[in-house]
Design a protein around this ligand. Structure first.
Ligand SMILES: Cc1ncc(COP(=O)(O)O)c(C=O)c1O
Length: 392
């Protein structure tokens, strides 16, 4: 048995340093807590990073997904195509608009939506495609945009994992009609909770911004700031999904360290790759050459037939014997109680998602991990496999 850790290694931790703390304190002392100058600055930096014409900061990626669909007018009677291999927010937000999610299985070679199967799922009710850039690698956007053009569909990218990802040389955020990012605590940059919408479409941007704040013609900064004026109108009944300045101050510092944090993620992913690539029973995360990988997740698959151990046993032993936390991304949507019963799905309706789910675990991968932490994970995974072989 490999060396055990004295301390538990969590599956994920945000990387908060003194700079973030100072920036947040500065904002707290500034007298402006709600949506104001820090949010605007964060949006501007995000526009530069993604190359998008507009960036609208909101309180989560879930809010961003919902707002984009609403702003496009998607609702009851409509259908929206997405992947079952995603977090529930992708599908829940479709349902919240009144539309129905239609799932298309993944391509096991990329773990992203299988673009060869999309056209077969299109009906006269289809209004949008929501591709998810799983784990930090881009979907085949050329193919998706071609299909969308042919059937006049809205393309909303779920880029919760894909800040820093490129498709060929183009940053995610400036490709589809709209893109939704997440700054949840475990994401590549974290504001605790938070999200961003990007688009190049002026009218869509204006509507998304308005819907994020009650449908008002003006936010607080434009009413209570030095140059503001008090009058506003409610142009349509909107929601309350705006980001506030404390979140944006965290985001600004995190964004300034993004290159370094990404370099570290890549380094750690390489350490895992080098250690696991020749090991029978392990399937490495696919890496395709169509752009830059953001390495949000390191998803390892355990092939029970060759490893002699199930994914669940691997997770259990890592946690209990080696004090290493892991996660699973994701329980495919069609297996969840609500979806299973409402839409009458059976597990093998999406066989590739099911097989992948049964084998996968996500290893810890975050910039504050040391090389020793990474080595502990490697040693633990390899020891568990070796012990199993010796014992079987
Ligand atoms: C693929 C995907 N989409 C959407 C979300 C929702 O993000 P948020 O928590 O910012 O609402 C997540 C969060 O984990 C996610 O992984």
């Amino acid at each position: 048995m490999g060396q055990k850790r004295a301390q538990f290694l969590p599956y994920a931790l945000p990387f908060i340093e003194q700079e973030e703390i100072d920036e947040v304190i500065g904002t707290l002392k500034s007298g402006w807590l709600s949506t104001g100058p820090k949010v605007r600055e964060f949006e501007e930096k995000f526009q530069l990073l993604t190359g998008a014409k507009h960036a609208i900061a909101v309180n989560s990626c879930t809010a961003a997904l919902f707002l984009a669909l609403k702003a496009r007018g998607i609702g009851a009677g409509d259908e929206v195509i997405t992947t079952p291999l995603t977090f529930c927010a992708t599908a829940n937000t479709i349902i919240h608009t009144g539309a129905a999610p239609i799932f298309v299985d993944i391509d096991p070679a990329t773990l992203n939506i299988d673009t060869e199967q999309i056209e077969a799922a299109i009906t006269p009710h289809t209004k949008a495609i929501v591709p998810v850039h799983f784990a930090g690698q881009s979907c085949d956007m050329d193919r998706i945009l071609t299909i969308a053009k042919k059937y006049d569909l809205f393309v909303l990218e779920d880029a919760a994992h894909a800040l820093y990802t490129t498709y060929h040389d183009q940053p995610i955020g400036s490709i589809g009609d709209a893109t939704a990012f997440s700054f949840y605590a475990t994401k590549n940059i974290a504001t605790g909770e938070g999200g961003m919408l990007t688009t190049n479409d002026d009218a869509l941007a204006a509507r998304m911004r308005r819907l994020a704040l009650h449908g008002m013609s003006k936010g607080a900064w434009n009413r209570y700031g030095e140059k503001g004026t008090w009058y506003y109108e409610v142009e349509e009944p909107g929601y309350k999904m705006n980001m506030f300045d404390v979140q944006a101050s965290l985001g600004l510092v995190q964004l300034s360290r993004l290159d370094d944090m990404q370099a570290r993620r890549e380094q750690m992913a390489k350490m895992y790759h080098d250690a696991f690539q020749k090991k029978a029973g392990l399937i490495l995360p696919p890496v395709h050459q169509e752009g830059r990988h953001a390495w949000h997740l390191y998803v390892l698959q355990v092939d029970q037939a060759k490893a002699g151990i199930t994914r669940d046993e691997m997770i259990d032993q890592l946690q209990k014997e080696y004090k290493i936390g892991t996660s699973v991304h994701f329980i495919p949507i069609h297996l969840h109680l609500y979806y299973k019963t409402t839409y009458n799905y059976s597990p093998d309706d999406f066989p590739h998602s099911l097989t992948y789910y049964e084998r996968t675990l996500s290893l810890p991968l975050y910039p504050s991990m040391t090389d020793e932490d990474v080595q502990d994970v490697i040693t633990a995974v390899l020891s568990i496999l070796t012990e199993k072989k010796a014992g079987s």
